[in-house]
Design a protein around this ligand. Structure first.
Ligand SMILES: [Zn+2]
Length: 268
């Protein structure tokens, strides 16, 4: 992984295609386009060719924010290192790079100065270019996430990590949430305290922001019946090596899909 190429969508998509090709017959993937984002031809959605109805359906996204590259690269690293059990334990779909124009510019927002992870609530904010494409394919994404949604983020403002999780059936974090926080803690110090969030603040307790409902894409999925979601935050401060951040995101994917207590969702 060369730091000079970390923010190149072309290099990223080349590595992503190569990683998917490596899977071969063990888990063949279709790559489809949801539409165009600016100069970028494709907006990738990666889905197994064969969906097994007896297995969990999990959607994993990276790169909602362009200055948080280790989530997207964590997906590639996961695919490069995954074994058959990782790949065949669930139907894993990926949205590997949601905001390619922001990614190319190392900037949180897209080329239209929109935040692609806002505009999905009732606060009057309108969806971004990317958000409109996600909403146009919402039914397919809800099926892909019917047992869980993982959105890999980073926080460029801090040198510590934490997780946001939604478990709408629970009043306190379960092993699903603490397991993800524990993965982050194996790589970085854990953040605790009030975190500025969407114009207000939200208390992160021992690395966990629990059941926060806002105008994000993960909140939209939860409102539509997805039983659990996580938006994880590795530290993207420039002093934190990107390779370690990528390893953390790869490990978060493995932990998410291995959640032992994961009951099936009800979306079909
Ligand atoms: Zn983010």
């Amino acid at each position: 992984m060369l730091p000079a190429n970390v923010h190149s969508p072309a290099f990223f998509h080349k590595r992503l295609r190569r990683a998917l090709k490596r899977l071969g017959a063990s888990r063949a993937y279709d790559i489809s386009s949801f539409g165009k984002i600016g100069a970028f031809d494709l907006y990738y959605f990666c889905k197994p060719e064969k969906i097994d109805p007896d297995k969990k359906n999990i959607l994993i996204a990276g790169g909602f924010h362009g200055d948080e590259p280790a989530g997207s690269w964590g997906i590639v690293r996961f695919l490069e290192t995954a074994n058959d059990a990782d790949l065949n334990g669930a139907n894993l779909c990926f949205l590997p790079l949601v905001n390619p124009t922001g990614f190319a510019s190392n900037r949180r927002e897209n080329d239209w100065h929109e935040d692609p992870n806002q505009g999905f609530g009732t606060d009057g904010k309108t969806p971004s270019h990317e958000g409109l494409l996600l909403l146009a394919h919402l039914d397919e994404l809800l099926k892909a996430a019917s047992d869980g949604f993982l959105s890999l983020h980073e926080d460029p403002e801090v040198q510590k990590g934490y997780v946001w999780t939604n478990e709408p059936a629970e009043k306190a974090p379960t092993a699903f949430t603490t397991g993800l926080r524990d993965v982050v803690s194996r790589h970085f110090e854990i953040f605790s305290g009030d975190m500025p969030h969407r114009g207000g603040s939200f208390e992160i307790k021992d690395g966990i922001g629990f059941n926060c409902v806002d105008n994000s894409f993960e909140s939209l999925l939860i409102k539509n019946g997805v039983p659990r979601a996580a938006a994880t935050e590795s530290p993207a401060d420039s002093a934190v090596p990107v390779k370690e951040r990528i390893r953390c995101n790869k490990d978060l994917i493995r932990a998410f899909i291995a959640t032992p207590s994961m009951n099936r969702g009800k979306i079909c």
